[in-house]
Design a protein around this ligand. Structure first.
Ligand code: NDP
Length: 472
């Protein structure tokens, strides 16, 4: 039974409610924020090496609880293979941040300025409390992708994962305690109201989620004059050019569009293929898509898990109905499958037009509309004709053409002859364009620098400055 202090937990494989999630009250979120602010100065005074040692301990604590995290993610998301990648990838990423951070945050030695008797020294000051609000598609990774670099920088963390996928929270608390991080990293649970309370309690916000909620979060942060890093939705295009290796492109795009049932921000959601290779490409893509199987009844067999969030089911159903009503044809898939929970079989759509919701709006499902274009210029123009700008992909065997086309795409990460590399490669910096977000890069050294403010120490080495008033 649900009361005002809990929310029902839903199993996406069965569609049944099978547990309760406590809602952290706003007053408690505020108290946790105040406690973190107090704890932060001690945390920031520790050397960066000491902080990173604790992060390594967190990676160990996660590894020791790997099976428990997998069970929690399977229960919340209904998918197995992606959960294995998520847990192992998160552990690896924590170790990488711990290794990278010391070099990113060293205070520089004083250097002589253009005014030679003045020396300047660059130092870094962490924000005290970083609030992290994360979505349901990669619940563990997208909570820690901001939290861990911020901890390395000397911040404390107040995190609220999505209400849809919070079953890992007790286990993460346990791991944080084991790693000696329990006092500087607090997790709260609940829905939007709890997220709002996090914004009120924090000094900086990292939000991952939809454009609509991101806008509310950005506005709330602006009112408080605190920085907001917003990582929002996408409608990533792939361009298959006439000289592409067609088999290679079809395989890459089947993975890039259908992995995690398309429920990834950097999922490929539109393909523009040049006319001379369109027929061969579509046939190859359909062959790849048709070979994929629903991971049902055994989550470890098959590649496609269920639609995770109940709220997504109607959105996907409506997009498919709209597309069909306007003349689209599904060459494979095309109908949702109800096993209690709902599955979206890999769906390749052709005869699609720009006025269809499935082309214009984020689907976040294993649905891939393919559009035939006359030439490279049309492919680029239509790929850019969107309010989103997260990432994109280009397929061509000509390195010069790849460079020329990639540099014209309005997105922060472009995979060349592959798809969704921005989710796999964490060193190259990238930012979101257009409504896909704002703020510093989550990748590369900027991922850590986002959490500090630059403070300059400006040192007069002992000479009367010539601009002073004459001596009295
Ligand atoms: P939502 O925007 O619905 O929710 C994101 C988080 O915000 C959740 O924790 C949610 O809580 C919380 N929230 C809701 N309302 C408020 C509010 N008023 N103030 C503060 N917090 C609030 O996104 P989804 O969870 O549905 O995630 C899917 C979206 O995330 C897709 O658009 C996808 O593209 C995007 N995404 C972007 C990524 C990127 O890196 N760019 C990566 C992954 C996903 P609750 O869920 O409890 O309501």
């Amino acid at each position: 039974m649900t009361d005002a202090t809990t929310l029902p937990l839903r199993n996406p494989r069965t569609g049944q409610s099978d547990g309760q999630l406590p809602i952290t009250a706003a007053a408690e979120v505020a108290a946790l924020g105040a406690g973190l602010r107090q704890a932060q100065s001690t945390w920031a005074e520790r050397s960066i090496e000491e902080r990173c040692t604790r992060l390594d301990a967190l990676a160990d604590a996660l590894a020791a609880r790997r099976d428990g995290f997998l069970d929690a993610l399977l229960a919340d998301t209904g998918r197995w293979h992606e959960s294995v990648i998520e847990v192992d990838g998160t552990i690896g990423a924590i170790r990488r941040w711990a290794q990278q951070a010391p070099a990113c945050l060293e205070d520089a030695a004083p250097v002589e300025e253009a005014i030679t008797f003045i020396h300047s020294q660059q130092t870094w000051v962490p924000y005290a409390v970083v609030g992290v609000i994360s979505p349901w598609n990669f619940p563990l990774m997208l909570t820690l992708i901001d939290a861990v670099p911020a901890l390395a920088a000397g911040c404390t963390i107040l995190a609220k994962p999505s209400e849809v996928t919070s079953r890992f929270v007790p286990l993460l608390r346990e791991a944080l305690d084991t790693a000696g991080l329990g006092e500087v990293f607090k997790l709260v649970t609940g829905a939007g109201g709890t997220g709002q309370a996090v914004i009120e309690a924090a000094d900086q916000i990292c939000f991952t989620g939809s454009v609509a909620t991101g806008r509310k979060v950005g506005e709330a942060c602006a009112r408080r004059f605190i920085p907001a890093s917003l990582e929002l939705g996408g409608k990533d295009p792939a361009l298959v050019l006439s000289d592409a290796n067609i088999e290679h492109a079809a395989r890459a795009l089947a993975w890039g569009s259908f992995v995690n049932g398309g429920q990834s921000c950097m999922s490929i959601e539109r393909v523009y293929v040049e006319a001379p290779v369109a027929e061969a490409f579509i046939a190859a893509l359909v062959e790849e898509a048709s070979a994929l199987e629903l991971a049902w009844p055994d989550p470890k067999q098959g590649q496609i898990g269920p639609v995770i969030a109940a709220s997504q089911v109607e959105l996907v159903r409506a997009q498919l109905a709209d597309a069909k009503a306007k003349g689209a044809r599904a060459l494979t898939g095309g109908e949702l499958v109800d096993h209690g929970g709902v599955w979206c079989p890999p769906t390749v759509l052709v005869d699609v037009t720009d006025d269809m919701a499935v082309v214009a709006e984020e689907s976040f499902a294993s649905v891939l509309p393919v559009m035939v274009v006359a030439d490279e210029a049309e492919a680029i123009a239509r790929a850019n004709a969107t309010e989103f700008g997260l990432s994109a992909a280009v397929f061509t065997q000509s390195p010069e053409r790849a460079q020329r086309v990639a540099r014209q795409l309005q997105a922060g990460g472009i995979s060349i002859n592959d798809a969704c590399l921005t989710g796999m490669v964490q060193t190259a910096e990238k930012q979101s364009f257009k409504l896909s977000g704002m703020g510093g890069s989550r990748m590369g050294t900027a991922s850590i620098r986002r959490f500090v403010r630059a403070r300059a120490l400006l040192i007069n080495t002992g000479i009367a400055s010539p601009w002073w008033f004459p001596a009295a």
